[in-house]
Design a protein around this ligand. Structure first.
Ligand code: PNS
Length: 170
């Protein structure tokens, strides 16, 4: 009898994740049944002044994801520099997951998906629609509201909120 070798369905979920929001978590949860492995790919962008370093972001995401029920899907957290398409190829991923919150996201995401497809024709971008309750949540808005003293409870994981408060104190 011939043994059938099943190919791992691996996706990357790239982003800045500065910081991880509940919107990101929602997209990760929705991706779980679709893939065997998802690499949460944290972009190391030297042009940006982040709130959290890449190492801090990766650590934070790992800790938050360790408490998540992931079924048969394996979640991995990694960082990368340069092109998302190159990183996806190096990881032998077949898909790039991106979340769409509202129509406004679509144009930018479409351009990225088409460019990534031109760079790596074998890798598909998979758009997942975020829950309505997170449709207005972005890392940059969270940081702005938080820095101006607004409440971000329920929009980011509790650990993220605690670490943001720590940043503010230091
Ligand atoms: O969710 P974010 O933080 O806006 O993520 C944007 C990200 C990291 C996916 C995008 O900026 C990206 O892919 N950057 C890496 C450089 C790259 O590949 N640029 C060409 C994109 S077509």
């Amino acid at each position: 009898m011939e043994l059938e070798t099943k190919k791992t369905r691996r996706a990357i979920f790239p982003g800045s994740f500065d910081p991880l929001t509940n919107g990101h978590l929602d997209i990760i949860k929705r991706s779980l049944p679709l893939f065997d492995e998802i690499v949460i790919a944290v972009l190391n962008n030297p042009d940006k002044q982040p709130m959290f370093s890449v190492e801090e972001r990766c650590r934070l995401i790992r800790e938050i994801l360790s408490a998540m029920q992931t079924g048969e899907c394996c979640l991995v957290v990694d960082s990368f520099s340069g092109l998302t398409a190159d990183f996806a190829r190096k990881k032998q991923a077949t898909a790039i997951v991106r979340g769409i919150r509202a129509v406004a996201d679509y144009e930018y995401e479409l351009r990225m998906a088409l460019m990534n497809r031109r760079l790596e024709p074998e890798i598909e971008t998979v758009f997942l629609v975020a829950a309505e309750e997170f449709s207005y949540v972005s890392s940059s808005l969270i940081k702005q509201v938080f820095m101006l003293g607004g409440r971000v409870r329920g929009l980011v994981p509790e650990l993220v909120e605690a670490k943001m408060k720590e940043k503010l104190r230091n």
